[in-house]
Design a protein around this ligand. Structure first.
Ligand code: PGA
Length: 249
C-alpha cells in the first residue's frame, strides 16, 4: 500500500545551529500523523541531524549523491557514506540539480541504479518547465523523464521508489499548480507507470507534489486521490508552516 509522505527539502539553508533549532521545534510540535515525515538538511548537517532525531518519527534524508562507489570525484558523496551515517533515503533529480549542475536523465539513471543497488529508497523528482506547459507538451516531457531514468529498472525495486512531481514553474515561485492540475498529472504518471510495469506497481507507488506548497493550499492539494503528499521547499524552513502542511494530510 502506498504511504502518505511529507518531506522537507531544506536546500542550501540553515547552518548547524539553525538545523538543530529547527529540528528541536519540529520534534516538539510534530502531530500524531499517518504521514511519514522526512527532512533533508545540507550534507554537513546530516550526521548531527540523524543523531539528534534518534528514536524520532522524523526521517533524515539526503538531497543528492554520486553514482560511483568511491574515488576521485572531488566534492561528491557516495551511497555508502550516506548509509554509514544512518541515511537510507536520497532525493535524486531535483530540478535545481538538473538546471544548475547539469544532471541529465542519463546521469540520473546511474544515480538511481546506484542508490537502489545499496537498498536505499530513492525520491525521484521530475517535472516540466513553463514553456512545456504553455505549449501543451507537459505530459510528453514528464513521460520521457520517467522513461529515461526509471523504465529499465527491475519491477522488484519499485517498493523503494517515491516519485515527486515538481513542475519547475511552481518551484520557489509562489505559483502553485492547481489541485486539479496536480491530480491530472499524477493520474497520468500512475497510468504511465501501469503501462510500463503493471497496475499493482502504479497503485502502490507514492507520488508527491512539490512546488510552492504552503499551509494555505496543502490540504486541498493533498485531498486529491492521486496525490500522496508533498515535497516542500521554502515552507519547510519554518516549523509552524511545515507542521501545518503535515496537518493537511
Ligand atoms: P518550494 O520548493 O516549496 O520552495 O517551491 C519545492 C522543492 O523544490 O522541492
Amino acid at each position: 500500500m502506498r504511504s502518505k509522505i511529507v518531506a522537507g527539502n531544506w536546500k542550501m539553508n540553515k547552518n548547524s545551529e539553525g538545523t538543530e533549532a529547527l529540528l528541536v521545534e519540529l520534534s516538539a510540535k510534530l502531530p500524531d500523523t499517518e504521514a511519514k515525515v522526512m527532512v533533508s538538511p545540507t550534507f554537513v548537517n546530516l550526521g548531527s541531524a540523524v543523531r539528534q532525531l534518534q528514536g524520532s518519527k522524523i526521517e533524515v534524508i539526503a538531497q543528492n549523491m554520486h553514482f560511483a562507489e568511491s574515488g576521485a570525484f572531488t566534492g561528491e558523496i557516495s551511497a555508502d557514506m550516506l548509509l554509514n551515517i544512518g541515511i537510507n533515503t536520497v532525493i535524486l533529480g531535483h530540478s535545481e540539480r538538473r538546471a544548475y549542475f547539469g544532471e541529465t536523465d542519463e546521469i540520473l539513471k546511474k544515480k538511481v541504479k546506484a542508490a537502489l543497488a545499496k537498498n536505499m529508497t530513492v525520491m525521484f523528482c521530475f517535472g516540466e518547465e513553463l514553456e512545456d506547459r504553455k505549449s501543451g507538451n507537459h505530459f510528453n516531457v514528464v513521460e520521457s523523464q520517467l522513461k529515461n531514468a526509471l523504465f529499465e529498472l527491475d519491477q522488484s525495486v519499485w517498493s523503494s521508489i517515491i516519485l515527486a512531481y515538481e513542475p519547475v514553474w511552481a518551484i520557489g515561485t509562489g505559483e502553485t499548480a492547481s489541485p486539479e492540475q496536480a491530480q491530472e498529472m499524477h493520474a497520468f504518471i500512475r497510468k504511465t507507470i501501469a503501462a510500463a510495469f503493471n497496475q499493482d506497481i502504479a497503485d502502490n507507488v507514492s507520488i508527491l507534489y512539490g512546488g510552492s506548497v504552503k499551509p494555505g493550499n496543502a490540504e486541498e492539494i493533498f485531498s486529491k486521490p492521486d496525490v500522496d503528499g508533498g515535497l516542500i521547499g521554502g515552507a519547510a524552513l519554518v516549523a509552524d508552516d511545515f507542521i501545518a502542511i503535515i496537518n493537511g494530510i
